[in-house]
Design a protein around this ligand. Structure first.
Ligand code: DX5
Ligand code: ZN
Length: 227
């Protein structure tokens, strides 16, 4: 099964509630891109935006923290209402400590890898986490082009998962649209974060359905789930 996580970064912030309402019925989780102007050259929003939306939607919220000091932000974002928090491996000095903090706060644990970061940086962590988010663009902005070279990393992660019988989910983020969706699903991704392809078109709900259909049409979306 393919899950789609619309990224609100690509929504119209002047009417965020209405934008999310449009896709609420079809989305599997909501992806919030948090940027601090240090880890990435952009600033987005903080926990107050998430807490103001939290009670209005029953969808799971994922906070994708593109911040230089994630240990400072896990508690505020957990308490703002995130069900899952994804931190960047590149920003974690002590990932075990961060994972323990997330578990203490009762949020699911995600770790993101920027395109240049190899999979071996996850060594010793894979049995501890719920999600690996493979960035298919360099983090910082919505609307960038998909980096095809990352496909082999997704395939290798799928193989590692199978070999080790791990239960983490494989997510991809950046440049996902109807053209790239099939490639990432065939490579092993099951959660697809999509911003521009959902919120940048006149009918976001229809775009989401079409993305899901395109992903579910891939043979691998069913076969690999059974294996
Ligand atoms: C990039 C963000 C992505 C981005 C996705 O730093 O992590 O979630 O908003 O947007 P699109 O789908 O437009 O690449
Ligand atoms: Zn993201």
């Amino acid at each position: 099964m393919i899950k789609i996580a619309p990224s609100v970064l690509a929504a119209d912030f002047s009417c965020l509630y209405e934008e999310i309402k449009k896709i609420e019925g079809e989305a599997d989780l909501l992806h919030f891109d948090v940027m601090d102007g240090h880890f990435v050259p952009n600033i987005s929003f903080g926990p107050v935006v998430i807490s103001s939306l939290r009670d209005r939607f029953s969808l799971p919220f994922e906070g994708h923290l593109m911040v230089a000091n994630p240990s400072q932000w896990i508690v505020p974002f957990a308490r703002a209402g995130c069900d899952m928090i994804t931190v960047h491996r590149e920003a974690c000095e002590d990932p075990h400590q961060l994972i323990a903090l997330m578990k203490k706060e009762r949020v699911k644990v995600g770790i993101a890898l920027s395109p240049a970061t190899p999979l071996d940086t996850l060594e010793g962590l894979l049995s501890e986490i719920h999600l690996v988010l493979i960035m298919t663009v360099n983090p910082g902005f919505a609307g960038q082009s998909f980096i095809h070279e990352v496909l082999s990393k997704i395939r290798n992660l799928r193989d590692l998962k199978k070999k080790g019988s791990f239960s983490f989910e494989i997510a991809v983020d950046g440049g996902i649209d109807e053209k790239t969706v099939q490639e990432v699903v065939e490579a092993g991704a099951r959660i697809l974060v999509a911003g521009t392809a959902v919120f940048g078109v006149p009918d976001p709900q229809r775009a989401l359905v079409k993305l899901k259909e395109a992903g579910s049409g891939s043979n691998d979306s069913v076969e690999k789930d059974r294996s």
